[in-house]
Design a protein around this ligand. Structure first.
Ligand code: NAD
Length: 363
């Protein structure tokens, strides 16, 4: 299969690119190379004859038409997006333009190409989305997001992703574009950009800095190892039923405080401090405005219909992740110098970074 992967220089997209090439697919990686991108993420496959790179912005329709015509993909896996909730609070405009207008451009470019090819039934437009479109769950463990859960996005990021999901469904219903959708829980793993919670905790711990926890740390997230997500995405693009969406989750619910304590325990074992525990560096900071209380995915559909299973437990995945950051300082160190990284974002004060140095935190 020849896959056009958008956002393939980002965290999840690069995992998809690496796995797709390992499985013998051809990949065209389309990425604008924003602050969140890193071509080192795909360095291991960059010399493969199966790999091509196109630097392009999904807001640029003419560039998309050129890339479709030049590469003639069998399927699109659309991951390019602005992805950081805190940045969406400070500057929602980029999220509207990339996540909504950019997805509209991708749909129109794909539709024009698919029509010009004679509307092959085998073509796929796979839209990769988030569980955050479903809103926030109460603590009751029997309640989980299913594919039937009504949309209720609550941040500029999740609202922009919900909008793009609606566009994708509309292009299927109205124009017959062969689409599949996935909504995934929080990912973690190698190459996670160092403004997100897990890398921030690991790197702040090693640097002797505070480990910032929003609010009381009771917010619950459902964690999925990024390579298991990439595996699920390839399964859906190859075998997913047309027009259907699949929820992908690791069934690994943790409060943020539990997660940070687990990371501290792994670091205590792997890189002990001279005295005390990394957990001593935990610091509670002002909560994110509109912070969703709980996300939890019911992955029954992808498990029962497509046979997908995650390959690692969250304990194994976190252990591998910590080890990866310990082994790959040359990857993460330069990224810490990028704009906004290491600063408290998303407090609701327009467009500026805030907080005393002691409060500078994750995401
Ligand atoms: N990270 C998660 O936990 C998570 C969970 C569920 C779903 N998702 C979704 O998965 C996708 C990938 O997430 P991620 O965490 O890898 O994001 P990321 O921020 O790490 O990477 C996004 C990539 O998209 C590129 N990009 C951004 N704007 C672009 C534009 N206008 N044109 C072309 N390329 C552009 C960036 O350069 C970057 O390489 C997103 O659609 C996100 O909504 C993420």
């Amino acid at each position: 299969m020849k896959l056009l992967v958008t956002g393939g220089a980002g965290f999840i997209g690069s995992a998809v690119v690496r796995l797709a090439i390992a499985r013998g697919h051809e990949v065209v990686n389309l990425d604008a190379l924003t602050y969140a991108a890193c071509l080192d993420n795909v360095a291991s496959v960059a010399e493969s004859p199966l790999y091509a790179f196109e630097q392009a912005d999904i807001r640029d329709r003419a560039a998309l038409d050129r890339i479709f015509a030049a590469h003639k993909p069998d399927a699109v896996m659309h991951l390019a997006a602005e992805s950081h909730v805190d940045r969406s609070i400070d500057g929602p405009g980029d999220f509207i333009e990339t996540n909504i207008t950019g997805t509209y451009n991708m749909l129109e470019a794909a539709r024009a190409y698919w029509t010009q090819q004679g509307k092959p039934e085998s073509f796929r437009f796979h839209h990769i989305s988030t569980d955050e479109v479903f809103g926030s769950l109460p603590a009751d463990p029997s309640m989980q997001f299913t594919e039937e859960t009504p949309y209720d996005p609550r941040s500029p990021y999740s609202a922009s992703k919900a909008s793009s999901d609606h566009l994708v469904r509309a292009w299927h219903e109205t124009y017959g574009l062969p689409v599949v959708l996935t909504n995934c829980s929080n990912n973690y793993g190698p190459y996670h950009f160092p403004e997100k919670l897990i890398p921030v905790v690991i790197l702040n711990a090693l640097a002797g800095k505070p480990l910032p926890i929003y609010g009381t740390g009771e917010n619950i997230r459902d964690w999925l190892y990024v390579e298991d997500h990439a595996d699920a995405l390839l399964l859906v693009v190859e075998k997913g039923e047309l027009g259907r969406s699949y929820n992908i989750g690791g069934e690994n619910e943790r409060t943020n405080l539990e997660l940070v304590k687990t990371l501290c325990a792994i670091l205590d074992a792997k890189r002990p401090k001279q005295s005390g525990s990394y957990a001593d560096q935990i610091t509670f900071v002002t909560d994110r405005p509109g912070h969703d209380a709980r996300y939890a995915i019911d992955p029954s559909r992808i498990r029962e219909e497509l046979g997908w299973r995650p390959s690692v437990t969250v304990e194994e995945g976190l252990e591998k992740t910590v080890q990866w950051y310990l082994d790959n300082e040359a990857w993460w160190r330069p990224l810490q110098a990028r704009a906004g990284v290491g600063q408290r974002l998303g407090t609701g004060s327009t467009g500026t970074t805030t907080g005393s140095p002691a409060q500078k935190t994750p995401a």
